[in-house]
Design a protein around this ligand. Structure first.
Ligand code: ADP
Ligand code: ZN
Length: 216
């Protein structure tokens, strides 16, 4: 099964992805997670992209395609859940070309859409992450028991640089400028499945699971 998960920042791609993976044991391919690790490890690639990531800008297509191609060409990744890629029309077209060449065409393209910008701001501006174990909290939707302290390991909670208000604005702007046209591209091709990101996660998951039944 080859699934692509699309959605604006704050739509909840990450949480839906982990729910899907509980049931379907396929590789999880996330360019965002890959990039974040490169930055944390301070590799050459990490140094090259740090500025983009922290300010909320998209990493240039040339860099992203190099990373994504490597993931998609790996023999063990014949099936996957792709999260955070593609994000531009250009990436989507290259993805089509690559998956065709590999004989592994995309099967399910899910788009988590949010009607209201306010919802996105609310979700993104309360997010906190544990500085040690990476657990994720939210000041309003999922607060830690003790303010600023991780329930799991007791370390401090921090706000990711790209979750700070200025970066959130830039991320959304990047989304509307570069990613939304790509969603239209998939719509035009006629193989996009729309999911309302404001639905309860259990309801969403049920909807997704019944869709995926067909591809098992
Ligand atoms: P979000 O939390 O917004 O869903 P991700 O974790 O998917 O973000 O990605 C974090 C950052 O990594 C993005 O803001 C961007 O800088 C970079 N990035 C991830 N995937 C891509 C991509 N396909 N194209 C360009 N940049 C990307
Ligand atoms: Zn922790």
């Amino acid at each position: 099964m080859r699934i692509v998960l699309l959605g604006c920042p704050g739509a909840g791609k990450g949480s839906l992805a982990s729910l899907i993976l509980e049931k379907h044991h396929i590789p999880y391919l996330s360019t965002g997670a890959y990039f974040r690790k490169e930055v944390a490890d301070n590799t050459d690639l990490g140094k090259e992209i740090k500025h983009y990531m922290e300010s909320g800008l998209l990493v240039p297509d040339s860099v992203t395609m190099r990373v994504a191609s490597k993931m998609l060409e790996a023999p063990e990744n014949e099936n996957y859940l792709l999260d955070g890629f593609p994000r531009t029309v250009n990436q989507a077209m290259m993805l089509d070309e690559l998956t065709t060449k590999l004989g592994r065409p995309l099967q399910v393209i899910l788009n988590l859409y949010v009607k209201d910008d306010e919802v996105v701001y609310r979700r993104l501006t309360g997010r906190q992450i544990c500085s040690k174990c990476g657990a994720i909290y939210h000041t309003r939707n999922h607060p830690s028991k003790v303010e600023g302290v991780c329930d799991v390991c007791g370390a401090n909670l921090v706000i990711r640089k790209d979750d700070q208000l200025e970066s959130v604005k830039i991320r959304l702007n990047e989304y509307y400028r570069l990613t939304e046209p790509m969603v239209d591209y998939y719509k035009m091709k006629g193989n996009l499945i729309e999911l309302d990101a404001e639905l309860d996660s259990e309801v969403l998951l049920e909807e997704v699971n019944s869709l995926l039944e067909k591809y098992k």
